[in-house]
Design a protein around this ligand. Structure first.
Ligand SMILES: [Zn+2]
Length: 469
């Protein structure tokens, strides 16, 4: 024991942080109680060390704590007072280091407002270690509490905070921004109609519509926005829809489901559900050499050169889709004209029937998914029931998509090159995917030259095909 006549130079350590135990004590209250305790012991408070808003659990550097350790090491302190051991540290390893420093410096007086610990005996050391392990467990419990809270917030359909507002909603994450909602609905319609993400980001660029981060849209951001259940008034948690949201929907749950299915199908097959552009990926800009992208302006389908971060073209060339498609199709048929074609076509007809049947199956399953999503949206079924109902349909959609992919793959073209006349009569009965596959088999790409201002129709001299066969 320290003789009474030699003053004990005490260090008071206080820390405030969001993980404050129990009462959520402020620094002033901690300091007051520690001063009272030191006075009761007859200790002189040599210095008060305070760290603000720094967790003792995460192992971040705490400047005042560090300074106190240095003072103890230098033999300047005889005692340490804290409100509770967890103010000192929440990490067992750090407590061990603290104990070692105290042992080396001969510091044996350690007091806490909540429970005194004498590090100079085995009981005190044991107690301190136990307390620090308890403190570590408390931190773990706290993180479990936070997770539970997040789960509850989600199940109540409430927003989850976050720094950036979602596109389509105000900062409160509840109020719809009508101008952006209109953009979202147009994007959804156009994507479902077969327009590519690339084309849609180009359109946003043209319209001067920026992302919530104030940047030009990229295809990845656009995909995230369009597949986010939030815009359908659904609240997702950890990737699963758990509730109907408290905010208004911008698109219907059924449209959301169609979008998710369309993106999933695109991801698994590399093709869109409904191809509307015969020459997607096959045309090049005659000015800059970049690929042209499919695009809709009003009712008119077009191929355009697009500038911007996703595209990198000159953005200065456009051609109306229908005439160039007709011209290329005709050119391909002439190219294919050879007597060997007839036999190949007989085999193809069966494959096309199978292809059409699979597409019908796919569409009916997708309609079913949309219907289920609608029931979920109207609270006719629970999220759990929805999930159970979806699984077999999703599996079926995946299988059908794979079969369609095999049928439309390039290997299916073997032997097609042949009789253009025969193919011409059945051409209009082939679906767009088949037509595109046939064109792709003979046409490497076509370069589109600049148009003449005010010219009517398409000037064939603008189209320069590069044949692969
Ligand atoms: Zn260009």
């Amino acid at each position: 024991m320290t003789p009474m006549q030699i003053p004990v130079r005490a260090a008071i350590y206080a820390r405030i942080s969001r993980d404050a135990t129990g009462e959520g004590l402020g620094v002033e209250r901690q300091l007051d109680d520690c001063r009272t305790l030191a006075a009761k012991r007859g200790w002189i408070v040599a210095e008060e060390y305070v760290d603000n808003d720094i967790s003792a659990y995460k192992g971040k550097r705490r400047p005042s704590y560090q300074r106190m350790i240095e003072d103890i090491e230098a033999g300047q302190r005889d005692a340490v007072v804290v409100y509770h051991t967890d103010r000192l540290t929440r990490r067992p390893i750090e407590l061990e280091q603290f104990v070692q420093v105290c042992e080396r410096a001969g510091l044996q007086q350690f007091a806490t407002v909540t429970a005194d610990i004498d590090l100079g005996n085995d009981d005190g050391l044991f107690m301190a270690r136990i307390l620090s392990i308890v403190a570590a467990k408390e931190s773990a419990r706290k993180s479990a509490r936070l997770k539970r809270k997040a789960q509850e917030t989600a199940e109540a359909g409430k927003p989850n905070g976050g720094h950036l507002r979602p596109f389509g909603y105000e900062k409160d994450q509840l109020t719809v921004v009508e101008s952006e909602a209109t953009v979202i609905r147009q994007l959804a319609d156009r994507y479902l109609a077969g327009e590519s993400l690339m084309s849609l980001t180009g359109w946003l660029q043209d319209q001067g519509v920026l992302s919530v981060a104030g940047l030009p849209w990229r295809t990845t951001t656009l995909r995230q926005t369009l597949t986010n259940p939030r815009i359908a008034g659904l609240r997702a948690h950890n990737g699963v829809v758990v509730a109907t949201a408290v905010w208004p929907a911008i698109i219907t749950p059924a449209t959301h489901e169609q979008l998710v299915a369309a993106f999933a199908r695109k991801a698994s097959t590399g093709r869109r559900v409904a191809r509307r552009y015969l020459l997607s990926g096959m045309l090049r800009c005659g000015k800059c050499g970049n690929k042209l992208f499919s695009s809709v302006r009003g009712e008119r389908r077009r191929y355009v050169c697009m500038s911007g971060p996703d595209h990198g073209g000159c953005g200065r060339l456009t051609i109306v889709a229908a005439p160039v498609e007709e011209w290329i199709a005709e050119a391909v048929l002439i190219r294919l004209d050879s007597p060997a074609m007839a036999d190949a076509l007989a085999g193809r007809a069966a494959a096309d029937d199978r292809h059409a049947a699979l597409l019908l199956e796919l569409q009916s399953d997708q309609a079913l998914m949309a219907e289920l999503a609608g029931m979920m949206g109207n609270r006719e079924i629970s999220p759990a029931e929805w999930k159970v109902a979806r699984e077999p349909i999703e599996a079926r959609i995946y299988n059908i998509s794979r079969q369609i992919d095999q049928l439309t793959g390039h290997s299916a073209l073997t032997g097609l090159v042949g009789n253009g006349d025969a193919l011409r009569t059945s051409w209009s009965t082939l679906n767009l995917s088949r037509q595109a596959a046939i064109v792709g088999a003979v046409l490497d790409f076509a370069t589109i030259g600049p148009g003449v201002q005010g010219a009517q129709g398409v000037d064939p001299s603008r189209i320069v095909p590069t044949w692969s066969h």
